[in-house]
Design a protein around this ligand. Structure first.
Ligand code: FMN
Length: 216
């Protein structure tokens, strides 16, 4: 089968992406509105960008009516009405139901913290609270927002942020800065409402050495 994106409907293009680009890490993004009201929502179109400076990105799509999701509105620059800051929280698999609950569309200014039972905790360098239950929290300042189809229903946006402070749960990171994947127990998003855990892992060396390893 072959597909030409311009001949597919937007929902079908979305299904190919969400079902094929898997598993995706989940950023639970906490923000505040310009007048200080907290918001938290999950985003799985999310990844690291680089480590010098330490940058990451996530992608809040436009709402079906073409307007900004609350998270995008809040982390946009002050000149665009936002607070210019956000926190990316990585939660444990045990919290997946509370993560999914945060995707409930609420009125602007109503907090998903109260709805989900997740606990806001003070951040160090930015105004938005971090999530107390998180294994890792990356406090970020928004560097750039790229709007790929401004005002269009489901149009994509990239939020690029510089990490300015990091919180890690006790015992998660060893003296060589390796993150313990068992303690992290991260959860990934697949297509639709399906998720995966990170409990089955295996090692493969890089480059030619990978081919010396017996398959299995
Ligand atoms: C696990 C998970 C991952 C999600 N990933 C994204 C995403 O990458 N981009 C997006 O626009 N919406 C994503 N959503 C939907 C948003 O979380 C949802 O639209 C939410 O209401 C946005 O909240 P806000 O308006 O407070 O920003 C995801 C939902 C879930 C449950």
């Amino acid at each position: 089968m072959e597909f030409l994106p311009s001949q597919l409907s937007q929902p079908d293009r979305y299904k190919l992406m969400i079902g094929g680009i898997v598993p995706r890490p989940i950023a639970v993004v906490s923000t505040v509105s310009a007048d200080g009201r907290p918001n938290v929502a999950p985003f799985s179109f999310f990844n690291g960008v680089g480590s010098d400076p330490m940058m990451l990105l996530f992608c809040p799509a436009n709402k079906p009516d073409g307007s900004d999701k609350d998270t995008l509105r809040n982390c946009a620059a002050a000149a665009e009405g936002g607070a210019g800051e956000f926190v990316v929280n990585i939660l444990h698999a045990a919290d997946v139901r509370r993560i999914a609950a945060c995707a409930e569309p609420l009125e602007y200014g109503d907090s998903e913290f109260a709805l989900s039972g997740l606990t806001p905790a003070p951040s160090t360098r930015v105004r938005p609270p971090r999530v107390a239950e998180a294994a890792l929290s990356f406090e970020c300042r928004t560097v750039q927002v790229i709007r790929t189809n401004p005002g269009a229903p489901s149009g994509g946006n990239v939020v690029l942020g510089e990490v300015v402070y990091i919180h890690a749960a006790d015992g998660l990171v060893n003296e060589r800065f390796h993150v313990d994947p068992v303690r992290l127990d991260a959860v990934g998003r697949m297509g639709g409402i399906e998720y995966c855990n990170t409990r089955e892992r295996f090692q493969v060396p890089m480059g030619r050495a990978a081919l010396q390893q017996p398959p299995g």
